[in-house]
Design a protein around this ligand. Structure first.
Ligand SMILES: *[C@@H]1O[C@H](CO)[C@@H](O)[C@H](O)[C@H]1NC(C)=O
Ligand SMILES: *[C@@H]1O[C@H](CO)[C@@H](O)[C@H](O)[C@H]1NC(C)=O
Length: 382
């Protein structure tokens, strides 16, 4: 068949399917039987946002993707007269404060592979890649990294996405960093103040960083949807969300990236985290960082989310969430709600965990979720 005809058939059958019974076992299935709406997550210097059961894919599986954070390390040499108190070797002198900030309050990082990128003695990049293991029941050690006792300096920090993450990731082996360097460009460009500027940034990404590396446009991604929400409370700045797409025309398969903006100012960010530190409940579960939950609630209740972001996501066969700093925290919570919210909500209906404000929890979920397009490339069925 000709590609155009295929595409038309595809469009037609997806229209038909969305009005048909969701459980008819045809090529298309709707969201209820398909809990995973966010397929991959990439975060950079993201604070942890839930206590208790960590964020994971359903059935305690790992979330595909990588959480990256930075550390600075000095190699300590001791003189003979210092031996009593000096420990020679590599010592962490500064960790990204944002990746550490919530850990002391019991918030855990999601269940996903973790990449620690170290700048040793101010010049060499070294790293530790910690893979994630599905089906382990307890919290794994790396979900508590960086240790809350390690030094972290807010004013002399290594938190910036372009200055510190991209420059360091550029020196990490491809097989380890995977797509994390390329996707970091999304977190830089989502900070721009209009859709035109976002597009320019994505398409000319080499201009954005000192190392001049290539962004997602080189791999065929293009900006697709945009919203900018002027949130009233939480942060003084505005919040941007973007969606990018990459179409495979021979298989009719669309991959998407949703990117959440971090915060413009570090001071805003730390005020935000520390003054919204208590736990709340969101999208069917307890133990969620209040500031992040409120921020995500505001975004998904902005009319632009329903009019711009949801229709874009509905056209995607798979979705990757990308975020730096608060944007990473938003990604974690977004993924929790999109992938497990329904599960939590349904369980809570059946138990004495029933929420007082149950309707609000369903509203958290319903405002955020979209109908996932699930497409089986079985041409014989046509
Ligand atoms: C499209 O998908 C097919 C099958 O997975 C793959 O072989 C091909 O390389 C993809 N094309 C592009 C442009 O990514
Ligand atoms: C759970 O309760 C809410 C609110 O009463 C209701 O809207 C929803 O349909 C229920 N869900 C299930 C799976 O029973």
């Amino acid at each position: 068949m000709k590609p155009l005809l295929l595409a038309t058939l595809f469009l037609l059958s997806s229209l038909l399917a969305s009005s048909a019974n969701a459980d008819d076992g045809s090529e298309f299935e709707l969201k209820a039987s398909e809990p995973v709406h966010v397929d991959h997550v990439y975060t950079y210097g993201a604070p942890s946002v839930v206590t208790g059961t960590p964020i994971s894919h359903p059935n305690n599986e790992c979330i595909p993707g990588i959480r990256v954070y930075n550390e600075d390390v000095d190699v300590v040499e001791c003189s003979w007269y210092e031996k009593l108190w000096c420990t020679p070797g590599k010592q962490v002198t500064n960790v990204d404060f944002a990746s550490q900030i919530n850990l002391k309050n019991g918030y855990l990082h999601p269940k996903m592979a973790t990449l620690v990128v170290r700048l040793v003695d101010g010049s060499n990049v070294e790293y530790t890649y910690q893979p994630c293991h599905s089906y382990t029941s307890s919290v794994e050690e790396y979900q508590l990294w960086p240790d809350a006792n390690l030094p972290s300096n807010m004013f002399n920090n290594n938190h910036g996405i372009a200055e510190f993450y991209i420059t360091r990731l550029a020196q990490v082996t491809d097989s380890v960093k995977g797509l994390s360097l390329q996707y970091a460009s999304v977190s830089v460009c989502v900070q721009k103040s209009s859709f035109d500027e976002v597009k320019y940034c994505i398409e000319n990404f080499e201009e954005e960083t000192a190392v001049g590396n290539e962004g997602v446009a080189h791999a065929g991604w293009e900006p697709f949807a945009y919203m900018k929400s002027e949130t009233e409370g939480m942060l003084s700045d505005s919040d941007t969300v973007i969606v990018l797409k990459k179409d495979n025309t021979s298989t009719n398969y669309r991959s998407c990236i949703i990117g959440f903006q971090g915060s413009d100012s570090l001071l805003d960010f730390s005020n935000f985290v520390s003054s919204n530190n208590e736990e709340t409940s969101y999208c069917g579960r307890y133990g969620v960082h209040t500031g992040t939950a409120n921020e995500l609630w505001h975004l998904t209740h902005d009319s632009q989310y329903a009019s711009e972001i949801v229709p874009a996501l509905e056209s995607c066969h798979e979705v990757t969430c990308v975020g730096h700093s608060l944007g990473g925290a938003l990604c974690s919570l977004f993924t929790m709600c999109a992938n497990r919210g329904l599960e939590y909500l349904q369980n809570n209906n059946d138990s004495d965990l029933m929420f007082e404000e149950d309707a609000n929890h369903w509203d958290d979920y319903n405002s955020l979720i979209w109908t996932k397009k699930s497409y089986v490339t079985d041409e014989s069925s046509w």
